[in-house]
Design a protein. Sequence first.
Length: 156
Amino acid sequence: MSRFRRFASVLPAALVLAASILLPAGASSMTQTASTGNGGPHGLSEILYAYTSAAGNNGSAFAGLNSNTPWFNTTLGLSMLIGRFLMIIPLLAVAGSLANKKMVPVSAGTLPTHSGLFVAMLVGVVVIVGALTYFPALALGPIVEHLLMYQKVLWS
């Protein structure tokens, strides 16, 4: 399997988790504002946390969010199923691809995986991809809420 096909298997795994959180959270923030206990950025934070927790296999929510509605029961359940099962399919494809890969002798172009450079590059990629994926939603919710808290602005 070529490198491109391995990358094409990894991409859906990264997108499925983000989509299972951000898409229903965006739809809920537009249609289900009556279910949030607080308006403004804290209401968005409540919704984001509920979907992030559901996709991460926990399923908890802030106390201010009335998540016992047909909309939230359905979308949180779907988000939980997608976060648990749909994400594993492309990861199993990558694992199968790597298991079938032939051993290549070490050369000058080989990046050793036991070095600090590899660790720094891996951590950098994970942080950058995570920031680019979730920062816009976090900037509208928890970050704005934190900045407004310093200005003594409360949402109720």
